[in-house]
Structures are given as structure tokens and as C-alpha cells.
Design a protein around this ligand. Sequence first.
Ligand SMILES: Cc1cc2nc3c(=O)[nH]c(=O)nc-3n(C[C@H](O)[C@H](O)[C@H](O)COP(=O)(O)OP(=O)(O)OC[C@H]3O[C@@H](n4cnc5c(N)ncnc54)[C@H](O)[C@@H]3O)c2cc1C
Length: 241
Amino acid sequence: MPPSNTLLPVPNRTVPFWLCEVDPLLQRHRTTAELPRSPVDVVVVGSGLSGNLTAYHLLKKDPSLKVVMVEADDWCSGATARNGGHCKPMTYFGYEEERKMRGARTANDMLVFEESHLARYAALVEAEDIDCDLHVTRACDVFFDEAEAQAGQSAFRARKRDFPQSVAAGDLREISDPRELERISGMKGGFWGITYPAGHLWPYKLAAGRESARMCFLNRTTPPLTGGSLHQSLRSTSRQG
Ligand SMILES: Cc1cc2nc3c(=O)[nH]c(=O)nc-3n(C[C@H](O)[C@H](O)[C@H](O)COP(=O)(O)OP(=O)(O)OC[C@H]3O[C@@H](n4cnc5c(N)ncnc54)[C@H](O)[C@@H]3O)c2cc1C
């Protein structure tokens, strides 16, 4: 029966291209038949990039931690296995709206945080020698709609006025001269453009490539528990242990 919660994995999902090269060790992997009977330190729900990176960093910090990863479907079969792996922090957008809602410092901090992901991914891939097709390059966004070009330029310049050092550190470079834009992008007719560090990778392989993923208990096809029932289930297994 399909889960009533639409956020949970649905049965008979389509198989994405990004699962055409799966890790045979991790696929359909399950280290224990039941949830562990003894208490654990951390339960990670979901084996996508969020769950795997969380487990990775926790275990890196303290290898003695007992970590259980529960997965309702197959290993890393959700959004992580369905996205094209663009690491494209478009931080020239969004500053003004966030500044209105949360103030300038928080708005900038959020964009700096977003920008930091590319370098962190690159450092992780290098440190763990992960073969995930990571390619670090620059993106060049070109705006062909005048109103959108103005919106992008205004948001970018507002942030640059307030936090010039952050924008310089993020290496965002606007191109306002249409001829220069055409020369750099190779595209005619753009009103405004911007270049910034970006990259692409194979997200499934990034998640599968770390030894730490293999260190977790991994319960494949754990019944999709909601927060409350998972808590209840772990409490009862802990009591039996
Ligand atoms: C089509 C598409 C394209 C995208 N393109 C990009 C892109 O180019 N660049 C980019 O940065 N981002 C992109 N994204 C977003 C990116 O894929 C997600 O932000 C990221 O993969 C989320 O990772 P996650 O680990 O949080 O979620 P997921 O990878 O979805 O992992 C969640 C896991 O939890 C499991 N689960 C869910 N509920 C339960 C439960 N109750 N109990 C047990 N297990 C459970 C699921 O089965 C799943 O395996 C794209 C997303 C999609 C769908």
C-alpha cells in the first residue's frame, strides 16, 4: 500500500540514469536483520547525501560512535540519485529578499555558506580520493530578459555594496558590457551576465565513495517510519538490549 505521507518514497519508482553504475556492495545492503538491540548514539534517517555526509562527519570526528542508518527504499535512491550534480551556487540572487526578512548579516552569511559547498566538496573528494567525476570550473549565467537582468544586477550590487569582501572572496564577477558578455559567453543578445566558481559531479558516487558509509549499520528497506514511530521503535529495541 502506498505510504499516506507523500514525502516518503513511493513504490515502483523510475530508475534514474544516475543509478546505472551502482556500488554492488552497498546496493540492497543490510548489515542487520532487525534494528540493533543495544543503544546507539545516532540514528541517521535516509541514505542520501545529507544522511551520508552527516554520518561521515560524525564518524570522522569520533570513530567510536555507534551510528545506525535507516533507509526506507534502496541505498541512496532518492533525490541524490536523481539530480544532475550541478554545484552552482547562484549567490548573486536572493540577497535583498533575505536581508528584508533576516537582516543583512544573516542574508550574507547564508550566501557565504552556500558558496562554501563547492570548495568543501572538492576538499572531500581530494581527501578521500573519490572517483565521482568532479569537475571544478566557472559558470557563466547570461540574462536575455531585460527585467531579469536588472533584478540580478540589483541583487548582486546590493550585496557587493554591503559586503564587498564576501563578494570578492566568492569570486563573483559581473559583466555589464554586452560586447564583453558576448566575447566571454559566446552568446549574442544578453543584457547582463555573471561568472562564478561552479562545478559538477556524480552525486551518487560522491555518497557511495566514502569508506565511512560502509562503517554504518545500514538497514535496507526499513519500514518507512515517521519521526514518532521511529523514536518509539528505537526506544523499544533499546529496552530489549
Ligand atoms: C530531479 C532533481 C534534480 C536536482 N538537481 C540538483 C542539482 O543539479 N544540484 C543540486 O545541488 N541539487 C539538485 N537537486 C537537489 C538534491 O538532489 C537534493 O537537495 C539532495 O539530493 C537531497 O539529499 P538528501 O540526502 O537530503 O535526500 P535524498 O537523496 O532524497 O535522501 C533521502 C533518503 O531518505 C529515505 N527516506 C525518506 N523518508 C524516510 C523514512 N521515514 N525512513 C527511512 N528512510 C526514509 C529516502 O528513501 C531517501 O533514500 C535535484 C533534485 C532533483 C529531484
